[in-house]
Structure formats: structure tokens, C-alpha cells
Ligand binder design. Structure first.
Ligand code: NAD
Ligand code: TDX
Length: 336
């Protein structure tokens, strides 16, 4: 069996990756390392804890990382501080985990000659104007806007430098905004769904004209698996499902409609400082070279993916209810 170490496996995308892997790739033996920050929740894996090894630990712990990397064949690196708004209030954890933590993983990968896949974001490229028809490609220059995206850009540069200077066996993916089950309710889509379920009006930052290229988390994870199997070492792959046809306002309207509310049952709140306007991804390399095909595409796919996500938050209110008041109180302090 191939041994795979999943960093951040108790978070949103990482826990979905563990479930996806157990279902679709029984050839992997999984170990998770996760610090269980406010964003990590071991319950995301409660049905499968007996099938995996779970280590509570910090990727900044050099000795622990060295040991776990030495014991595995492949490392898939999801662990990060991931929320832009938090990075505007307190950037230091972003530098520690995203930059220093990635450094420790790279050094261990180098020492033990292991295969690494580094999971990154479209935000490293900055943003596009609303009327710019271009999309981000693997060649787009880096131009991050927030402390979060700058720390992720830093981590990508470290990976690229370790490939070039030390010839480590690594790939990188840059993916657009994910949605799906187990996403922390501080994030846009689950915040609005759980607002409506709590009889609170959805909150739209500023005018809501901003565009995100939404992708269902299972489509992201199928891409990560394909890159592990067939990706060219040293290469970067853009991951996106061509869902950049809706702006934030239209996403909120769609959620309201799917949840039986009037499409104007939401309110405008303070905008995010430095708010990126538009992300759009050109994933032709991943599709043509590796044969990737996302399932949740175009308007129909986005509706189906959102409906499934709404159903999940509705059925699993014990997963988010205890956190809701705290998350909303924090936003309220910022007028959001
Ligand atoms: P998340 O915040 O839901 O989960 C992050 C996980 O990492 C949590 O379980 C947390 O406990 C863990 N963690 C944080 N610091 C750690 C540390 N020092 N040591 C060990 N574990 C630590 O994030 P997510 O949305 O699942 O994102 C996962 C990865 O995917 C990140 O690298 C993020 O940059 C990237 N990404 C996310 C999106 C998105 O839309 N959410 C899009 C593209 C890329
Ligand atoms: O209540 C809200 N209202 C609102 O209008 C929230 C929480 C957000 N927004 C807007 C801001 C963004 O334009 O919605 C959009 C999406 O916001 P987030 O969910 O915070 O995501 P974003 O900042 O775009 O970053 C996400 O995608 C890229 C992830 O959080 C990152 O980890 C990933 O790298």
C-alpha cells in the first residue's frame, strides 16, 4: 500500500480529500497531521477514524514533521491558515503556518526524498478587472493582495525554489474558491446558508459585484488525485471548473431562491479592505494533459452543487450551531 500523509486533513478540503480517497483510492494508507485550530475539526473524520492514523500536531514542529514524512511515501499539503478576513486582523499565524510550516515540510521532503503535492490558491495571482476577459494560467505572474494570499504565494515560491535548487519531487496546484460539506461557517457560502437556517439575513460585502470561480470540493480533490498519479514533477496545474459566470450578489440570490426566501432577502455590509474583484481560471493544461473533467460545471452544475451543500448544512446543524453565534459576533464587530 502507498502511504500518504495529509496535512490539514481535519479542515474543509483536507477532510473531504480523506473521505474521497477512502472511497475512490483504497490503495492508499492515510495518516493525517492536523493542529486542530479553530478551523480543524476531528469530527469531520469521525466515521473513518478507525481506518486512518490521526496525529494532532503542528507542521511547524520540525521533529514531528520529519518523523511523519520519513514514514510516508507521498505528502499532500493542505494545512494552512485559510481565511482572508482573519489575515487582515492578525497576519502572524499565516506567516507561521503557511510559510514556516511549508518550509519544514520541504526540508523533510528533501531529507527523505519523498513525493510532495502542495495545494495552493488562485489568490496568489491577485485579481482581474471585472471586464477583463482573461483567466489565470500557469504563467500568470504572482501579485497577491492580502496577507493570506501573500503567505500562500510565499509558500509556492519556496516549493518552486526547492524543486529548482534541490530537485525535490513536487507538484503544485492553484485552485479557485471551493464549496461543499465541512466548510467553516466563516466562509461566504456556508455563512449565508447557516444565516438563513438561523433566520439571519445573508451578508453581502460592498456591492457584491466580485466574481469567484466556484468549484465543488470533490472536483478539486479529483484534480489533486490526478496530479498525484500523472502530474509532471516540478509542474504547476491550475484547477477551475469554469464557474466564473456569477458574482457574489447572484450567488446570494441563488442561495435565497434555493432555500425558499425572496431573492432580495439579504443585506449589504461593510466591504473587505483590498477586496479582490475577479478570479477566473484557465484549467486547459490539467484537462488536456491529464484528462481532468469536473462534474459540477455551468449553471446547472453550480445549482446542483449548491443544493447538495444546503442539504448537508440543513441535515448537520449540530456540526455548526454551537459556533454560529461566535462567528457572527466577530463579524459584527467589523460591521460585517
Ligand atoms: P481550512 O481552514 O478549512 O483547513 C485548514 C486545516 O489546517 C485545519 O484543519 C487546521 O486545523 C489545519 N492547520 C492550520 N494550521 C496548522 C498547522 N500549523 N499545523 C497543522 N495543521 C494546521 O482550509 P481549507 O479551505 O480546507 O484549505 C485547505 C488548503 O487549500 C489551504 O492550503 C488553502 O490555501 C487551499 N485552498 C483553499 C481554497 C478554498 O476555497 N477553501 C481554494 C484554493 C486553495
Ligand atoms: O459574509 C461574506 N460576504 C461576502 O460578500 C463573506 C464571508 C464573504 N463575502 C465575499 C468576499 C469574497 O468576494 O464573498 C467572496 C468569497 O469570500 P470567502 O469565502 O471569504 O473566500 P475568498 O476570500 O474568496 O477566499 C477563498 O478562496 C480562495 C478561500 O477562503 C481561500 O482559502 C482560497 O484560497
Amino acid at each position: 500500500m502507498t502511504k500518504i500523509l495529509v496535512t490539514g486533513g481535519a479542515g474543509f478540503i483536507g477532510s473531504n480529500f480523506v473521505h474521497y480517497t477512502l472511497k475512490n483510492h483504497p490503495e492508499y494508507k492515510i495518516t493525517v497531521i492536523d493542529k486542530l485550530t479553530y478551523a480543524g475539526n476531528q469530527d469531520n473524520l469521525k466515521e473513518v477514524l478507525e481506518k486512518i492514523d490521526f496525529v494532532t500536531g503542528d507542521i511547524c514542529d520540525k521533529d514531528l514533521v520529519d518523523k511523519l514524512v520519513s514514514e510516508n511515501d507521498i505528502i499532500v499539503h493542505f494545512a494552512a491558515e485559510s481565511h482572508n478576513d482573519n489575515s487582515l486582523n492578525d497576519p502572524l499565524p499565516f506567516i507561521n503556518t503557511n510559510v514556516v510550516g511549508t518550509f519544514h515540510i520541504l526540508e523533510a521532503v528533501r531529507r527523505h526524498d519523498k513525493r510532495l503535492h502542495h495545494v495552493s490558491t488562485d489568490e496568489v495571482f491577485g485579481d482581474l478587472e471585472l471586464d477583463d476577459p482573461n483567466r489565470f494560467t500557469e504563467e500568470t505572474p504572482y501579485n497577491p493582495s492580502s496577507p493570506y494570499s501573500a503567505s500562500k504565494a510565499g509558500s509556492d515560491h519556496l516549493v518552486r525554489a526547492w524543486v529548482r535548487s534541490f530537485n525535490i519531487k513536487a507538484t503544485i496546484s492553484n485552485c479557485s474558491n471551493n464549496y461543499g460539506p465541512y466548510q467553516h461557517i466563516e466562509k461566504f457560502i456556508p455563512r449565508q446558508i447557516t444565516n438563513i437556517l438561523s433566520d439571519i439575513k445573508p451578508k453581502l460585502y460592498g456591492t457584491g459585484e466580485q466574481v469567484r470561480d466556484w468549484i465543488h470540493v470533490d472536483d478539486h480533490n479529483s484534480a489533486v488525485h490526478l496530479i498525484l498519479e500523472k502530474g509532471r514533477l516540478g509542474d504547476t496545474y491550475i484547477v477551475g471548473a469554469d464557474n466564473d459566470h456569477v458574482n457574489n450578489k447572484q450567488v446570494i440570490e441563488l442561495i435565497c431562491e434555493l432555500m425558499g426566501k425572496g431573492s432580495d432577502w439579504y443585506e449589504h455590509v461593510n466591504d473587505r479592505p483590498g477586496h479582490d474583484m475577479r478570479y477566473a481560471m484557465d484549467s486547459r493544461k490539467l484537462r488536456s494533459e491529464l484528462g481532468w473533467q469536473p462534474q459540477y460545471t455551468d449553471q446547472e452544475g453550480m445549482r446542483a452543487g449548491l443544493q447538495a451543500t444546503i442539504d448537508w448544512y440543513t441535515a448537520n446543524d449540530e456540526w455548526w450551531k454551537t459556533e454560529k453565534a461566535k462567528v457572527e459576533a466577530k463579524y459584527a464587530q467589523q460591521g460585517q
